[in-house]
Design a protein. Sequence first.
Length: 100
Amino acid sequence: MLDTLALNLPRPRSGPQLRIQYLDQPMGEFLIIAMEPIKTWSGEPIILNVANGAAGLILIGQDGRAEAEMPATSRFVFARSHQSAPVAELLDQAAAILPP
């Protein structure tokens, strides 16, 4: 499905870069970087989350195991392919997969 929408998994460095650039992130917004997990020093897989929580602007790791559960309201960040389809075509494809 990602290929159809011309989306890719971002590189892990996208999380820190987004955190540096997204200074006006709304309070309470959490964006999960849809990336291949990286390992902590203890070997646990994590993915990155760019957030503005009660502590201010943060970049945090969260459970990156394949069986980890994500709330249905989670918002994910993907990378757009350099060979993206025209916007109208992408909107039509996205509308086709969303429930009415």
